[in-house]
Design a protein around this ligand. Structure first.
Ligand code: BES
Ligand code: ZN
Ligand code: ZN
Length: 468
């Protein structure tokens, strides 16, 4: 798909469909023949609804609907006029529209060998006023950068798990570092190196797999020296069978998505030098595959994490927190200003917030506020949940310091969050449970289709851009 930004007037364009934003209910479509004299075939008007309620997400949604309608007309090119809304800066409008177009035209075709070539929409021009071209182009290009990171994350999540073992994530990380002009370094720890550091909790998770666990540490250093550094930790379970606490068949079907946090970290780092945040950023992934076998961890096993805390494993399907325990300990040793982790951690979070909204838990209110604001600007949905101290007793073990599942069936996301909190010490920390939105079993919006979504890449990019 070719998407360009072009200065001019919509009526003068020669593409098959001309699209303009107009009055009418939000995302309501009106299709008419193109005006006489125009070389186009159709004129499509997409509603934005009540002006007071228009925000960037309304614009993204309408853009997705317009694109879908245009595609229904079996045409090969379209021109879309940038909406003229005085209360929004032109660069933000161009960014939002381009984001929606790029996200909506993403497809994962690596293994579609037999599909036929059809007449497809292959060219989109975004038409802006000549005076606005320079400003609009800035936003347009920012969307290009962001969505390239999102698309990498989507590709990684969509990869079948027989094709994406921990080693494959290492390859991606190395490639990112190699393409970074020395601004990103990468350190890989194999199982022996992790054992030396005392990562008994993490290593237990991959013990049942034929494919070795790999610990990945990326570091982005800004051009100008910065005082602050931040660590972003992504859960990287390349497949979660549940282990000996085996999942039922239906629950396992989407478990290639269990590296969605890691995918977001890699997606973000793949565009980090373009985003060029002013702070140091660490990206940390404790990658492993959770499989049953004669060597797999057992319910009843006790393991010791890097900070010396012992954990009684009572359910091998609560493996994410075991890998994150050591990844968070490691992150804290880097003495960052704050740590943020992203994890497809609990089904309970999907029960609580549904498939489109991620849960946020944090020990630092300012950090939480910043992340919520970044998510809102990015168009990703995030909702804060508590870390109730009283529930801490639910993860106390009879025989070890902690147990990896709570003694209560309820509040599973919160007890998982409380478990992770045991490994961050006093470092400000936020945890995003992305089990819902990391993978879309049905389209998440008009512009974000099924499969891996790249959730959190845009939020983190927004957040990092604000840091000094
Ligand atoms: N990877 C799953 C969580 C998950 C569920 C992600 C649905 C995406 C969609 C996680 O490792 C898991 O299995 N969690 C268990 C925890 C339980 C055993 C305490 C769960 O949520 O059932
Ligand atoms: Zn699990
Ligand atoms: Zn998992």
């Amino acid at each position: 798909m070719d998407i360009h930004i072009v200065a001019g007037k919509l009526e003068e364009q020669v593409d098959d469909v001309l699209v303009r934003f107009g009055e009418g209910k939000a995302s309501e479509v009106l299709i008419e023949p193109a005006p006489v004299g125009s070389e186009a075939r159709f004129l499509l008007t997409i509603g934005l609804g009540e002006e007071a309620k228009v925000d960037l997400e309304v614009i993204r949604e309408a853009t997705g609907v317009a694109l879908a309608s245009a595609r229904g007309l079996k045409i090969s090119s379209m021109s879309m006029a940038l909406p003229s809304l005085d209360e929004f800066p032109v660069d933000e409008l161009a960014q939002a529209v381009h984001e929606a177009l790029l996200l909506a035209t993403y497809s994962y075709n690596e293994f579609k060998k037999m599909s036929e070539a059809k007449l497809k929409l292959s060219s989109i021009n975004l038409i802006v006023d000549r005076k606005q071209l320079a400003t609009a182009t800035k936003g347009f290009n920012r969307a290009g950068v962001l969505i390239s990171g999102v698309s990498l994350a989507r590709d990684l999540v969509n990869q079948p798990p027989n094709n994406l073992h921990p080693e494959a994530l290492v390859d991606v990380a190395r490639k990112i570092a190699k393409n970074s002009h020395d601004q990103i370094s990468v350190k890989i720890l194999d199982e022996a190196a992790c054992a030396k550091l005392g990562m008994g909790s993490y290593l237990a998770v991959g013990a049942g797999s034929e494919f070795p666990s790999k610990f990945i540490h990326l570091t982005y250093t800004p051009k100008n020296k910065s005082k602050q550094s931040f660590a972003i930790v992504g859960k990287g379970i390349t497949f979660d069978s549940g282990g000996l606490s085996l999942k039922p068949a239906d629950a396992m079907m989407t478990m290639k998505c269990d590296m969605g946090g890691a995918a977001a970290v890699l997606g973000l780092f793949s565009v980090m030098t373009d985003l060029a945040p002013k702070v140091t950023v660490h990206g940390i992934i404790a990658a492993a595959e959770n499989m049953p076998s004669g060597k797999a961890m057992r319910p009843g096993d006790i393991v010791t994490a890097m900070n010396g805390k012992t954990i009684e494993i009572l359910n091998t399907d609560a493996e994410g927190r075991l890998t994150l325990a050591d990844a968070l300990c490691y992150a804290v040793t880097l003495e960052p200003t704050a740590v943020v982790d992203l994890a497809t951690l609990t089904g309970a979070c999907v029960v609580a917030l549904g498939e489109e909204i991620a849960g946020l838990m944090s020990t630092d209110e300012d950090l939480a506020v910043d992340l919520l604001a970044a998510a809102d600007r990015a168009g990703e949905k995030l909702w804060e949940m508590p870390l109730p101290p009283r529930y801490r007793s639910l993860i106390e073990s009879d025989v070890a310091d902690l147990r990896n599942i709570a003694t209560s069936r309820y509040g599973g996301s919160l007890t998982a969050g409380l478990f992770l909190q045991e490994f961050v010490g006093t470092t400000p920390w936020a945890h995003l449970d992305i089990a819902g939105p990391a993978f879309a079993e049905r389209p998440m919006s008009s512009y974000l289709g099924k499969g891996g979504t790249g959730y959190a890449v845009r939020t983190l990019a927004e957040w990092l851009s604000q840091l000094r």
